[in-house]
Design a protein. Structure first.
Length: 149
């Protein structure tokens, strides 16, 4: 879920991305297609002057199991990215990109932008309260609409 290429400052940092707690079984067309394209897009945003991107990602649903039931194959993978001009600086104009992407073959050439949803959509499917460090009026504003830029 955390891309190894986002943790290439040191070998120790990078090795943490290969822990099983950071890994879900992902369809190659998802992982190497629009999921990878969005990772590249986020790196581009970071390299163009935005100081900090806060990212939260995970799975939901089930389309089967591996390892005698010990590993779930998620139906969907999702990611929320908060793009800040400076670390910790979030207001009602902060850009938030949330994606829900089917964990499926056949989407290798799909555009990640077509999977944009509201943060509220992910909250309702996962049961998580995302961005919960923000005041509730700010969460309501930032979480209710999908990114359109
Ligand atoms: Mn909400
Ligand atoms: Mn929330």
């Amino acid at each position: 879920m955390v891309a190894s290429a986002d943790r290439d400052r040191s070998a120790d940092d990078q090795s943490t991305t290969y822990l099983m707690t950071n890994i879900v079984p992902q369809a190659p067309d998802n992982n190497q297609g629009p999921w990878a394209e969005f990772e590249i897009y986020c790196r581009t945003v970071a390299s163009k002057g935005k100081k900090e991107l806060a990212m939260i990602a995970g799975p939901y649903g089930s389309k089967g199991v591996l390892a005698k039931g010990k590993v779930n194959i998620p139906e969907t993978v999702w990611k929320v990215v908060v793009i800040m001009d400076s670390p910790g600086q979030v207001d009602e104009n902060t850009r938030v990109i949330a994606l829900e992407m089917p964990n499926s073959q056949g989407i290798s050439r799909a555009n990640w932008r077509d999977y944009r949803v509201s943060v509220d959509s992910i909250e309702s499917k996962t049961g998580y309260d995302l961005l919960s460090d923000l005041p509730s009026n700010l969460q309501n504003k930032l979480e209710s609409q999908a990114d359109k830029r």
